[in-house]
Structure formats: C-alpha cells, structure tokens
Ligand binder design. Structure first.
Ligand SMILES: [Fe+2]
Ligand SMILES: [Fe+2]
Length: 267
C-alpha cells in the first residue's frame, strides 16, 4: 500500500461540453498528477440535467466513482441504473425508499480501499433527512472498512457546507462541496486533518451561467417564468481539487485547486 493516496475530485460535469472538457483536459491532468482515485459529480452530465447509463459509462473512462445531487432523478428511465451500478452514488440522505446508494467503495488493484460518501444540503433545497446526522450514522461502518473517506456535500448554502466540514473534521479525509458550479477560493486543511472546499466548481462551458446558455438564464430572470435550459458550448473549462491523503490514517496532507480554461474559441 502506498504511504499516501492522490485523489482528483471534479465538480459537476455539465452536459456534452462538460464531457468534452474531460476528454480535452483529463489526459494532461492525469499525466501531471497521477491520481490514484478520480471522483466526479455527474448529476448534470446528460444534456445538463440528470445522468443516463450511456453517459455514466462515458464518464467512467475518467472517474472511478461518480457522485450526484438533486438532478440525479431527472432522467426517469435511468433510475433502475442507480440500483444496478454501485459506482454511481446519489445523496445518502434522500429517503431510503429511493433507488441507489449514497456510499461507494473503490477497491484498488494495489489492495487499498477508499470510500466516497454523497450527501445533500437542505438550505434552499429539498427538505431531506438531516445530512449531519445521516453522516454521523454512516461513518462508523464506513470507517470500519477504511480511514480514507471523501465526502461530496452537494449543497447551496456556503454556511451549511462549511458547517458540515467542521462537523466531520478529523473523521473523514475530505469534505468537497458541489452544486453551485462556481469554484470557491477557500480550499484548506481543517485542524483535525480534513481537506475542505466550499465548492469545487464544474466542467463545461465557461461563457455561461453556471454551464447554461446566458440568454436562457437572462430570460428566466427577465420574465420570472421557467425556461428551457441548455448547456452552453465552447470555451471549455474544468475545475477540480487535488488532494493527498495519508493512507494509514486518512488525514489529508494537502489540497490544491486545479482550474483549466481553454483559450476563447467563440461559439
Ligand atoms: Fe449541478
Ligand atoms: Fe445540484
């Protein structure tokens, strides 16, 4: 077993442009960083909303484990896939009657195991089960298998995300925020040894409103009516964090933001 594990965590992959960004940028990132484990949030990977089995298979070329969030339910036809594919997670604090699971384990060919836990916030979002208490309930059995635990906290409010980071500090290796699609500049190691960032951002088109065509977002704000949202194309962008973890203790050693932007191409 290596002394430390290198984990690359990618924020929400937005539609076809997001998958293009992975195709374009991942070979160079993998060559430079040699991650032992790649995690990506796939909740918007199919047309900007939801995920299908075909799209998930495409993402598994780059990521060992896929997390998700509130949009994971959008493609109704793929709900059975959530039960069938243990590498695709949905937030653990949705009512347990839902398909899928919120905890995944990656067993490396080298013999080490890492756990990924997916949770969702409740502030300005669906009133799910309490993510803090669900995390408390889950962690004992997860820690019995491995101290290397990465949490994707899919949430809107910065306060809720930072609070969960502090709540889990010293008990998990990393708490990585997703959902807002905008990377924050607060990556750090908390005193107990947990790597934290409020939001890791996204992969998709940079000349967009959180991945969506700006004119559609503007129309929604101008009219107050629901609009059709489509992923913006062009100007590819990918943001991620790269975390080193002590394999024996699960403590994070470092967390670094990785942001790659394609030169402006026009659209
Ligand atoms: Fe998202
Ligand atoms: Fe989301």
């Amino acid at each position: 077993m290596p002394a430390s594990l290198r984990i690359l965590f990618l924020g929400d992959v937005i539609g076809h442009p997001g998958r293009q960004a992975l195709r374009r940028f991942m070979p160079g990132l993998v060559e430079r960083l040699s991650p032992d484990l790649v995690v990506a949030n796939g909740e918007n990977a199919a047309g900007g909303s939801g995920i299908t089995a075909d799209v998930a298979r495409e993402l598994f070329a780059y990521a060992h484990i896929l997390t998700s969030g509130n949009h994971v339910w959008d493609k109704k036809e793929s709900l059975p896939y959530l039960d069938a594919e243990p590498r695709l997670l949905r937030p653990a604090n949705y009512p347990p009657t839902n398909p899928g699971r919120g905890v995944g384990f990656y067993e490396s060919p080298a013999g080490w195991t890492a756990a990924v836990v997916n949770l969702q916030g409740r502030v300005f979002m669906e009133p799910l089960d309490c993510p803090f208490r669900v995390a408390d309930a889950l962690l004992e059995s997860v820690r019995a298998r491995t101290p290397v635990i990465v949490v994707d906290f899919h949430a809107e409010a910065t306060s809720e995300k930072q609070a969960l980071g502090w709540h889990l500090d010293g008990r998990v290796s990393a708490v990585i925020g997703t959902h807002t699609h905008v990377p924050t500049a607060d990556e750090r190691i908390l005193p107990g040894g947990t790597a934290f960032i409020t939001d890791v951002g996204m992969a998709g088109a940079r000349n967009s409103v959180i991945g969506i065509k700006p004119e559609q977002a503007i129309e929604k704000f101008l009219t107050g009516r629901p609009q059709r949202f489509e992923p913006q194309k062009g100007g590819l962008f990918l943001s991620a964090v790269y975390i080193e973890i002590d394999a024996a203790t699960g403590r994070a050693l470092s967390i670094v933001r990785e942001v790659i932007t394609e030169e402006e191409e026009g659209d």
